[in-house]
Design a protein around this ligand. Structure first.
Ligand SMILES: [Cu+2]
Length: 158
């Protein structure tokens, strides 16, 4: 397990300014976890972003299972001809983010739990999963979710 040093660092300014608990400089403590250190990576999971001939889009694989405390390199390959993104969060927060993206289509994620990748591009997120539970991942570029770009992320307790 990673020590929760960030939690301590975030607590004081949040209280001092009356900001929403856990928010500091636009970064929130997320229940799904926190950015991990490359040196601590336990394993790599390759995730493709795929455009199918029938017009549907998908992640490959569509479900990912990790363990609480595990640091994983999520290695993305955009195999298509459009930009795609990956965001992982609670279902509720993914849906909230989806609505924001639909009202501001040019919005770019600056969140650490998200990445946007151009056609034929590659990218990665190194992440430490800190809470067991059921989470979503999705591409929230307008229309892509409906075309199939969503998946399930399970964090097991051990
Ligand atoms: Cu997409």
């Amino acid at each position: 397990m990673m020590p929760t040093v960030a939690m301590v660092l975030f607590a004081a300014p949040a209280l001092a300014t009356g900001m929403h608990s856990g928010t500091h400089d636009g970064h929130e403590m997320m229940i799904i976890g926190q950015p991990g250190m490359a040196a601590k990576v336990d394993r790599t999971i390759a995730i493709g972003m795929v455009e199918n001939e029938d017009g549907s889009m998908a992640f490959d694989p569509v479900s990912v299972t990790v363990k609480k405390g595990e640091t994983v390199r999520l290695a993305f390959t955009n195999e298509g001809e459009y930009d795609h993104e990956f965001v992982m969060d609670t279902h509720k927060r993914v849906m909230k983010h989806k609505m924001a993206m639909e009202s501001m289509p040019e919005m770019r994620h600056v969140d650490q739990n998200a990445i946007r990748i151009g056609p034929q591009g590659k990218g990665e997120i190194v992440w430490t999963f800190t809470s067991p539970g059921q989470f979503d991942f999705a591409c929230l570029i307008p229309g892509h979710y409906e075309l199939g770009m969503k998946g399930a992320l399970t964090v097991t307790a051990n």
